[in-house]
Design a protein around this ligand. Structure first.
Ligand code: ADE
Length: 362
């Protein structure tokens, strides 16, 4: 039996050599600043690398320096963020940039305490910035690293509980190669992305396969353990494409979502929600909101068959959305909605759900 420290050293050595030889040349790994690490890591939360690359390039081009991002409007940031989901990440990124500029002269701080004060920067992103950007000896654990560590050491502590996560963070800290924190942490992530795959891991190609406890016991595909999924509940949303025909131009109604709910800051069509209970068309037409909407229009004509329907999965919600058409001759009075030419919708950031509905009616 090797001692713990010699086992850890062997893992560090094999992992580091493998990373040097095999890592993907991802754009945020090419001699970048801490700002670029922040950008990429916020984009990559809940986003696949292949999808994140395009967004990363567009953000770097639009906001090459943290000052550029700090000076952007929320609408500009959300328009670029469109399609990535979890829009609070985009809003937080802009607010973090503003703090970096106002409180730190445009340079990301170098301590965990200061980094933690930035909106949207949790333990993972904090460790990523400190290690990837500054090569400081801090661990970081994302979904890939949870999987690698749970298999390497055959840990059955659930990765979706606070108590379980503490175990993995402590282990990541102990295993950290303090001479090469950036290479080591990125090596663990890369191993999870390329070799230690969720299903059918490529154990024969694994640089640390000889040290892998799960592989020795043949239980790698049963790890990591999750305590349990939270229930996914339905949410019914009825959108209305209100088409106004005025002076030869077709316009539609949109509004900016406010409040603390999903998608705030994004734009949407008039919407009626019925929570977890679906509505028949008759029930929809009897709602107060529907009467109000129609009452604000001149000569409205409601088409009772949806133009499109779309299902949209969020982490704890399954949204069932329908898009209905209302034609009208114009507004009957003042309105809280924006009236925009139909062709100008691409200038506004909409949730992907609405984009999908729109694609289906083309
Ligand atoms: N996933 C999250 N962060 C990543 C990174 N820096 N490189 C590759 N995949 C990642």
């Amino acid at each position: 039996m090797p001692s713990v420290s010699s086992l850890y050293r062997a893992i560090q050595r094999e992992l580091g050599a493998w990373y040097d030889a095999h890592h993907r040349p991802l754009p945020w790994r090419q001699a970048v600043s801490a700002y670029h690490v922040l950008l990429s890591e916020i984009i990559l939360q809940q986003t696949r690398v292949e999808q994140g690359i395009g967004y990363y390039h567009r953000f770097v081009e639009a906001f090459p320096r943290v000052e550029d991002l700090a000076g952007a409007t929320e609408d500009e940031v959300l328009l670029l963020w469109q399609g990535l989901g979890y829009y609070s990440r985009g809003r937080n990124l802009r607010r973090a940039a503003q703090i970096i500029v106002s409180d730190y002269g445009g340079e990301l701080p170098h301590t965990p305490e200061e980094l933690s004060r930035l909106p949207g920067v949790g333990p993972y992103t904090r460790g990523a910035i400190l290690s990837f950007a500054y090569d400081l000896p801090y661990p970081t654990v994302d979904g890939n690293v949870y999987r690698v560590l749970s298999r390497l050491f055959a840990l059955t502590d659930p990765i979706d509980t606070t108590a379980g996560q503490r175990v993995y963070w402590a282990l990541a800290e102990a295993l950290l190669d303090r001479a090469h924190p950036s290479r080591h942490n990125q090596g663990l992530i890369e191993l999870g992305a390329l070799i230690c795959l969720p299903r059918r891991p490529l154990c024969v190609e694994c640089p640390v396969g000889d040290y892998c406890e799960a592989r020795q016991r043949g239980i790698q595909e049963q790890l990591p353990v999750k305590q349990g999924r939270t229930e996914v509940r339905p949410r019914y949303m009825y959108y209305f494409l209100v088409r106004l025909q005025t002076e030869g131009e077709t316009s539609c109604l949109i509004r900016r979502r406010e409040g603390r709910d999903i998608w705030h800051g994004l734009y949407e069509y008039p919407l009626i929600e019925s929570g977890e209970t679906p509505l028949s068309v008759e029930e929809l037409c009897e709602t107060k909101e529907f009467t109000q909407l129609l009452g604000g229009l001149r000569s409205p004509s409601f088409h009772p068959t949806p133009l499109a329907t779309q299902t949209h999965r969020l982490s704890h919600r399954l949204i069932q959305a329908s898009l209905y058409l209302i034609d009208c001759a114009g507004l009957a009075g003042a309105t809280d909605y924006l009236v925009i030419p139909e062709g100008e919708q691409t200038s506004y950031a909409f949730p992907v759900l609405i984009q999908r509905l729109r694609e289906k009616i083309r």
